[in-house]
Design a protein around this ligand. Structure first.
Ligand code: FA5
Length: 338
């Protein structure tokens, strides 16, 4: 029987090598390993063997099964790699070639999206003030998005941000503030960091609310940092971006991760529009980040980038920004020619 097993293994591995696609591999798998396949058929006879022989034959049977399974996996991977390589050859496109004669392209080139343009300008301003740029994941865990920001489970502040929960218990980040927590994990004060990126909220949409939008998080921790420093940084960045023309106001507000907390509004089309939340980093948050709140203090802010784009370009509806509508986008030239 040991010889039978060896012969079967060889036959199976030969069939695996000869299989030219996934369907052929499935057929080999079922003919050798399937319920009524050749290997189970042989192994079913083990019971009739002399008890002394059963052990070695059983082991050889398992080894044959493992060898065939490994052969199948290797062949499947090789077939996928070969298919990918074929695809790379057959689907290769030279994007620099001119359009074939007679094809109308409208002379339209690409351009920088107004959000991207603002992100780049903001990064320049922050760089000039000595801030470094950090990144964070879009898929966050409860701890970074809420818990470490002093928003424990069942805290009513969780309702302030309608969350897209994932089935594995993680979530799409509802703000860029988790990057504060990530910054403290691998930075010691003084910390001057910004994170500009996409965030997600399960919101009702209107002219100033999107469900996929962008925030600019600023985080500054050092000795003797005060509200005055925060106001200076915010004023500087807004006057750099909007040319000192914007009318803004700061009013008290509440966020669990700052104390005291504020919101800044900007005058837009004759009305106040909320632009950012900010405040002095809560001692609990510093402590959770391993920073002694008796020695250090800090400020943080989270600004709506899309709303700042609206003010910058006089866009009346935030929903245009992520619409991908070329009639809208082509107004922001620096690229598009119609
Ligand atoms: C926050 O997200 C806090 N993380 C901000 C913060 C950071 C406070 C650090 C203190 C310290 P809020 O939910 O208010 O706060 O959002 C901040 C800004 O994002 C708003 O002022 C607004 O400009 C923008 N924003 C909020 N929701 C939307 C939305 N649905 N669509 C577009 N922009 C939005």
């Amino acid at each position: 029987m040991l010889d039978d097993l060896r012969a079967l293994q060889e036959e199976a591995l030969g069939a695996v090598q000869a299989a030219a696609d996934d369907a052929a591999l499935d057929a080999v798998q079922s003919s050798f390993l399937g319920k009524s396949g050749k290997l189970p058929l042989i192994l079913r006879a083990i019971g009739k063997l002399d008890p002394k022989e059963r052990g070695p034959v059983g082991r050889a049977g398992n080894e044959a099964k493992q060898a065939i399974e490994a052969g199948l996996a290797t062949r499947r991977a090789a077939l996928i790699a070969a298919a990918d390589a074929d695809l790379a050859d057959s689907e290769w496109v030279d994007a620099t070639l001119p359009a074939p004669e007679g094809v109308q392209t409208g002379g339209r080139g690409g351009s920088i999206h107004p959000i991207t343009a603002l992100v780049r300008d903001l990064e320049d301003v922050f760089l000039s003030m000595g801030f470094e740029t950090l990144d964070g994941p879009w898929v966050e865990d409860d701890h970074h998005n809420f818990g470490a920001l002093n928003i424990p489970k069942d805290h009513p502040a969780r309702d302030m941000q309608d969350t897209y929960w994932l089935t594995d218990g993680n979530l799409l980040r509802t703000h860029t503030s988790p990057v504060q927590i990530r910054a403290m994990a691998d930075h010691k004060p003084p910390i001057r960091a910004v994170c500009l990126g996409r965030i997600f909220r399960n919101e009702e949409l209107d002219t100033t609310h999107e469900n996929t939008f962008h925030q600019c998080e600023g985080f500054f921790v050092d000795r003797d940092v005060s509200v005055g420093h925060m106001v200076y940084v915010l004023k500087t960045l807004l006057s750099e971006i909007l040319g000192g023309e914007a009318e803004v106001r700061l009013r008290p507000s509440y966020f669990p991760f700052v104390e005291p907390g504020f919101e800044m509004d900007v005058m837009f089309r004759g009305d106040w529009m909320e632009l950012l939340g900010c405040g002095m980093v809560h001692p609990y948050v510093l402590e959770a980040g391993g920073i002694d709140p008796n020695e250090f203090s800090g400020f943080a802010f989270g600004m709506g980038i899309d709303r700042l784009v609206m003010v910058r370009h006089g866009i009346e509806d935030i929903r245009h920004l992520m619409s991908g509508d070329l009639r809208f986008l082509s107004q922001f030239t620096g690229g598009l020619e119609g």
